[in-house]
Design a protein around this ligand. Structure first.
Ligand SMILES: C[S@@+](CC[C@H](N)C(=O)[O-])C[C@H]1O[C@@H](n2cnc3c(N)ncnc32)[C@H](O)[C@@H]1O
Length: 246
């Protein structure tokens, strides 16, 4: 089983990855970011949607949202979140390596470092090709990652986050000459110790540009934040937007 198929990771560390405050932040982001602008009827695919952090505010804004995720537990949380919010969205259990709906979406988003999960670099390119094939002509893909340049500024520092009754520790290790990152997650709560690992490819903006070009995207741009700030020494994230063209 690959690391990303382990429910224990996404469920066990959900308090840190999907805290309630992210729902509010996502609502503000979707209302304000030119990169995530949707209106009534915009067809959006949220690939690796998790518990619907972005699905809900986009659906609330009138978009026709499809959320795809490999984790049944995350999809169940997404379903519950949509129900709580009184919005409807199509939620699909699928692997991003295989998921394609030809010419179906105006916008495809992949948020919060949900790209680069496959060990074979060719598989990550396949995901991008799938995304492009799922876009209508002129449609846009937006991928939000922790870029290699940003990570280099703080990698190696021990990170910990308090959770109710315990602490989550995250330790980063750079692998394969800065091409991949392993993050070991440990939750310590009373007598409970839970461990999981994330192993993903690390991309610089230049490397991601090459990948987007290979997948056939055009008008590729990079941003350091959802406010469209430049991807420079102040960047917090690596956000890439490319268009299907045609
Ligand atoms: C870091 S979380 C991000 C979730 C969401 N995009 C967000 O902003 O909160 C990564 C998500 O990717 C999903 N995932 C992992 N591997 C996947 C795959 N091969 N295909 C589809 N989804 C996958 C996980 O189940 C998890 O929900």
């Amino acid at each position: 089983m690959s690391w990303y198929e382990e429910e224990d990771l996404w469920v066990g560390f959900a308090e840190v990855m999907f805290p309630e405050r992210r729902e509010q932040e996502a609502t503000e982001l979707i209302a304000s970011s030119p990169l995530l602008k949707v209106s009534a009827g915009t067809r959006v695919l949220d690939l690796a949607c998790g518990p619907a952090v972005h699905v809900v505010p986009m659906a609330r804004a009138g978009a026709e949202v499809t959320g795809v995720d490999l984790s049944p537990a995350m999809l169940e949380r997404a379903r519950a979140a949509c129900e709580r919010a009184g919005v409807s969205a199509r939620l699909i259990h699928a692997n991003m390596l295989d998921f394609v709906e030809q010419d179906a979406f105006d916008l495809v988003i992949n948020m919060y470092t949900s790209f680069g999960y496959f060990t074979d670099p060719g598989d990550n390119l396949t995901v991008l090709r799938n995304i492009r094939a799922s876009l209508v002509p002129g449609g846009a893909a937006v991928i939000d990652l922790l870029g290699k340049e940003v990570l280099a500024g703080w990698v190696g520092r021990p990170q910990s986050v308090a959770v109710p009754g315990g602490t989550v520790f995250m330790e980063d290790t750079i692998l394969d000459d800065w091409s991949r990152l392993r993050t070991d997650w440990t939750l310590v709560r009373g007598n409970e110790v839970r461990r999981s690992t994330i192993l993903s490819h690390l991309y610089s903006a230049v490397e991601l540009r090459t990948l987007f070009e290979q997948a056939g995207f055009v008008d590729i741009e990079f941003f350091g934040g959802f406010d469209t700030a430049p991807y420079d020494n102040h960047a917090k994230r690596l956000i890439v937007r490319g268009f299907r063209g045609d």
